[in-house]
Design a binder for this molecule. Structure first.
Ligand SMILES: [Zn+2]
Length: 210
């Protein structure tokens, strides 16, 4: 896909996420790999009103090549790309249900959301919980880097999800799957549930490696 087309795609996806309440205000950011670096949503921008011409283009150190100043959370994206050389896009949201789960006490850091449905297992696989650090703290980038090689989707405690995909569509679909699964998980808390078995999960992961 050409860079011009990718710029349009980022704006389309941003507006779609905003219109459906998956992001709000100036929260959330998107990045896509292009020749020579990455396109990123600018700092303090509303994902519902992005302009293809002013998207930030940054190099591998996060230095601005063109466009508006990149999101202050660019380091989350670069930490994940550093561990996932085949990732083509990353979506980071402060989406309500995922954030709600990230605040729960006593979550299993290797499996903060259990295998509720097959699609969750196929699109997210195993989610990792990253401990809380203040936004902008370099320790947060380090913590993401530590788990990103093994997990393409991570949940930042008291903050929100960061999800990588081979392209933007894949990353967005996976982020949406995570948000809906977080909603289901919260709805089911306190109910007697029947989760997928370890064998069912293993079969899905074998057939659909995420
Ligand atoms: Zn954030």
């Amino acid at each position: 896909m050409s860079e011009a087309k990718l710029r349009e795609e980022i704006c389309y996806v941003g507006k779609s996420l905003f219109d459906r309440g998956l992001t709000f205000g100036s929260a959330g950011n998107i990045s896509v790999r292009v020749a020579g670096g990455w396109l990123m949503t600018p700092t303090n921008s509303c994902l519902g009103r992005l302009d293809p011409a002013t998207l930030s283009k940054v190099d591998e150190r996060g230095q601005l090549i063109s466009g508006d100043q990149a999101t202050k959370e660019y380091f989350l994206h670069l930490s994940m790309y550093a561990q996932r050389p085949r990732a083509g896009a990353i979506v980071h949201l402060h989406s309500t249900h995922s954030v709600a789960v990230s605040v729960l006490a006593d979550l299993d850091p290797e499996q903060p959301i259990p295998p509720i449905t097959a699609y969750y297992v196929m699109k997210i696989g195993q989610l990792a919980l990253v401990p809380y650090y203040a936004p902008g703290d370099v320790a947060l980038a380090e913590a993401v880097r530590e788990v990103a090689g093994r997990h393409h989707a991570v949940l930042l405690a008291n903050h929100g999800p960061v999800v990588a995909g081979k392209d933007l569509e894949t990353a967005v679909y996976a982020t949406e799957e995570l948000e809906e699964t977080a909603k289901l998980y919260l709805m089911l808390r306190g109910e007697k549930t029947r989760l997928l078995t370890a064998e069912q999960v293993r079969q899905l992961q074998q057939k659909h490696p995420s």
